[in-house]
Design a protein around this ligand. Structure first.
Ligand code: PMP
Length: 366
């Protein structure tokens, strides 16, 4: 049997085994073509079926109303950081950005490169080293705002908006890179949602983008290079250029698997259980494991950050965990400590194994 580790990487991250096994089975002869999906034309009916299924499953799992379009793009969140203002902040339009972490800050900087002062900071918790989210009374959104941009899960710092920010009736644009499809939610306040697939959805190289029709209509720019225009991708059903076919194929496998296990409701229950186990252990040994996030209500269900009493113990923890078959636990370089990423493919049993290890580690080193 193939040896598989327990994967806590922050992204690219672990994928559900059945989705990978399906790819393995179908690798050399995809849909009776005598070729792998990587070798088939993106204009073939066999590929088209996968493309359509990935889009249909996204709509079904997320319960998207008919006025939303699903786009399968490239360039990761990074390209989206620029595409969003290029398409949506034309003709003196203004937007408000909520800065809650490393990635939210990057999104804001990139938007400012495009739209300068028309990109405003609605709130920032940089002074608190992004160890919490802003409170409702700290968020200032202009009445003339075209959208409020926020990052629903801050991958580096381990904070997450369990209730989305209160911004009146201004539509949201949201970077969901690190918490796409971990739970059901009401999509109707969102004009656009985007994120790379490489955490909850598939391999890197596919950027899932969901755009509401009125936002698509706002993308009137004719002078942008074609690839940067959301409207063209929507009109061509994400087949304007050669899409990342293998990535979309894996995305399809992951989504089909997600559906087979009960969809986002079932996935949410498992994610909540994992978070409960991990934070339970951190809180039980709060003299040894120190959480990075200062307000419990802001703790992420996807990325759990904590420190041991010394950086040496952090290193030892990572090394010993690796020996025990668990990888990807080293904290992000700017923060240090430990980061446990528990995306959808991480099972409750994986987390139980880690928690047992954490208990043992305190006993030996605490
Ligand atoms: N936003 C968030 C919340 C992320 O976690 C990441 C990747 N870690 C990015 C943006 C950047 O994504 P990409 O590398 O796909 O551009």
């Amino acid at each position: 049997m193939t040896h598989r580790v327990i994967n806590f990487y922050a992204g690219p991250a672990g994928l559900p085994l059945p989705a990978l096994e399906r790819a393995q089975e179908e690798l050399l002869d995809f849909a009776g073509t005598g070729m792998s999906v990587m070798e088939v034309s993106h204009r073939s009916k066999e590929y088209d079926a996968v493309h359509e299924e990935a889009i249909a499953l996204t709509k079904e799992l997320m319960g998207l109303p008919s006025n939303y379009k699903v786009l399968l793009l490239q360039g990761g969140a990074h390209l989206s950081f620029g595409m969003i203002p290029l398409n949506l902040l034309r003709n003196d339009k203004k937007a408000d950005y909520i800065v809650t972490g490393n990635w939210a800050e990057k999104a804001t900087k990139e938007a400012k490169l495009v739209a300068g002062d028309r990109v405003r900071v609605a709130a920032s918790t940089k002074e608190q080293k992004f160890s919490r989210l802003p409170h409702a009374d700290e968020i200032k959104v202009g009445p003339d705002s075209a959208f409020v941009h926020f990052t629903s899960n801050n991958t580096v710092e381990g904070t997450q908006w369990h209730e989305f920010p209160k911004v009146g009736h201004v539509p949201y644009i949201c970077d969901m890179s690190s918490d796409f499809m971990w739970r059901p939610f009401d999509v109707s306040p969102f004009g656009l949602i985007y994120g790379g697939a490489q955490k909850n959805l598939g391999p890197s190289g596919v950027t899932l983008t969901i755009i509401r029709e009125d936002f698509l209509e706002m993308c009137e720019a004719q002078d942008l290079p074609s690839y940067l225009r959301y409207k063209i991708h929507a009109e061509k059903n994400s087949l304007y250029n050669t899409p990342p076919t293998f990535g979309i194929y894996i995305l399809r496998n992951v989504l089909a698997y997600n559906k087979s296990i009960g969809g986002l409701k079932a996935i949410e229950a498992s994610n909540k259980k994992k978070a409960e186990l991990l934070y339970g252990c951190v809180d039980k040994h709060s003299g040894f494991y120190k959480g990075f996030v200062t307000e419990k209500a802001h703790r992420s269900v996807m990325n759990v950050d904590f420190f041991l009493p010394t950086p040496e113990l952090d290193d030892q923890f990572v090394k010993e965990a690796k020996k025990a078959g668990m990888v990807g636990l080293k904290g992000y370089r700017d923060i240090g400590g430990i980061r446990v990423s528990t995306y959808n493919a991480v099972t409750v049993d994986h987390v139980k194994t880690l928690v047992d290890f954490m208990e043992q580690f305190v006993k030996t080193n605490g």
